[in-house]
Design a protein around this ligand. Structure first.
Ligand code: C5P
Length: 222
């Protein structure tokens, strides 16, 4: 039935921030609450999908999804996703994955002896780009949180990472984005785009889920 257009579709979705340990008690993190991802996971389930949520640390109530895998670091998220990516139809990356991790986290708590401390960081794998580059990739949807030139950077990301769709939003300033209940999105794909205006993240997630379902169906009809 048209109101459950994703019935039987296996979705893998990442959400939340990652934490990159510096030592046993400290980490590098970011301001992602996971709220948009959790809301989108529930909205996709409501359209009939079977969602596996791979979640970084959040303080959100448990969402109604088929399966949940909790991770902490980007490497753990990468491993959890790559172990499941071949068995999904649709991959949605909402997680704010750390681009870099401390190269060699200290085994014991770092002491404040020196006046200066240098951190050496190393690149994390790009989970979304790797999934999109699989030999038989799922339909891939990415996010782009930008402070400026939102559309330009999003289009570039869509092409460079080989995605089917990208949802871009402005972060920083008084707009929506991280740590807020509301957000607005520009949803972009190869031959068109749709603007979802500023609204509550739960409603926004429902509208985005509808849009993803439409593009997913069209992709498979082609
Ligand atoms: O390149 P950038 O990090 O801005 O791309 C953001 C998109 O890529 C988001 O969908 C995010 O979840 C995903 N991503 C990822 N793994 C990374 C970095 C970003 O899956 N290491």
């Amino acid at each position: 039935p048209p109101e459950r257009p994703l019935t039987g579709v296996r979705v893998l979705l990442t959400a939340g921030p990652t934490r990159e340990p510096l030592d046993p008690v400290r980490f590098l993190g970011n301001r992602s609450s996971g709220r948009m991802g959790f809301a989108l996971a529930e909205a996709l389930e409501a359209l009939g999908a079977r969602v596996t949520l791979v979640a970084g640390p959040t303080s959100l109530p448990a969402p109604r999804v088929a399966e949940r895998v909790d991770v902490e670091t980007a490497l753990e998220m990468h491993e959890a996703v790559m172990a499941r990516a071949a068995d999904c139809d649709l991959f949605v990356a909402t997680a704010a994955v750390a681009d870099y991790r401390p190269i060699d986290p200290a085994e014991n708590k770092i002491k404040k002896n020196a006046d200066e401390l240098t951190l050496r960081l190393v690149r994390n794998p790009d989970i979304l780009a790797e999934v999109a580059a699989l030999p038989d990739p799922p339909f891939t949807v990415g996010f782009a949180a930008e402070t400026d030139r939102v559309e330009e950077y999003a289009r570039d990301k869509l092409a460079r990472k080989g995605l089917n769709m990208i949802a871009a939003n402005q972060v920083g300033g008084a707009q929506g984005g991280f740590e807020r209940a509301e957000n607005a999105l520009s949803v972009i794909w190869r031959d068109d785009r749709r603007e979802l205006p500023m609204m509550d993240k739960t409603r926004l997630a429902r509208e985005l889920a509808r849009l993803i379902a439409e593009r997913y169906q069209e992709h498979h009809a082609a």
